[in-house]
Design a protein around this ligand. Structure first.
Ligand SMILES: [Zn+2]
Length: 175
């Protein structure tokens, strides 16, 4: 009896928490594993405190070039920060383990778009934290761009939270 009361109170508390803060809407397509992927994505989003009112579409793509495991872009960049539509494409050929890593990497780019740190002005110009980068500086060849450096530096760490749950890492960062 007591257990039931506890469960009911917990779910009411959770619903209240969910409605009290804005949450990104996450939609997963083209995978049989969408429940697990959504849970991972929500954990990563919570880790980065992404509470912006953005719409995130994660699609598993069969026809990605072999050199590309994932890609993230923002389709309505010039709109206000909320209401942004951020699209993530992940190669469907990846193993579960690799997929977790690539998803973590791409969610870091989602964070960069959602927080307005990264803005693609046109196909030659990108704004990163208020600085303009031109095509040749953004680093597809010799040097990684700062937004890719940030993603590569943290993706392993972020991927681990979907195994251990977020608590240990969050506890470290609060400290
Ligand atoms: Zn990247």
């Amino acid at each position: 009896m007591k257990t039931w009361i506890f469960i009911i109170l917990t779910s009411v508390g959770w619903l209240w928490f969910r409605s009290a803060s804005a949450q990104p809407i996450v939609k997963i397509s083209n995978t049989e594993d969408s429940v697990a992927v959504k849970e991972q994505a929500l954990q990563y989003l919570a880790y980065f405190d992404i509470t912006e009112d953005v719409y995130i579409s994660i699609v598993f793509a069969k026809h990605m070039p072999l050199s590309l495991d994932g890609i993230t872009f923002c389709s309505n960049q010039m709109k206000p920060l909320s209401h942004r539509i951020i699209k993530v494409r992940i190669a469907s050929r990846l193993s579960e383990r690799k997929r977790r890593l690539v998803l973590a990497h791409e969610i870091i780019h989602v964070k960069q778009y959602a927080k307005g740190e990264l803005k693609v002005i046109d196909d030659k110009k990108v704004m990163w934290k208020g600085h303009t980068f031109h095509d040749h500086e953004s680093g597809s060849t010799s040097q990684l761009s700062p937004w890719e450096r940030e993603a590569y530096r943290n993706d392993n760490l972020v991927a681990k939270i979907s195994r251990k749950r977020a608590e240990p890492l969050l506890a470290e960062s609060i400290d």
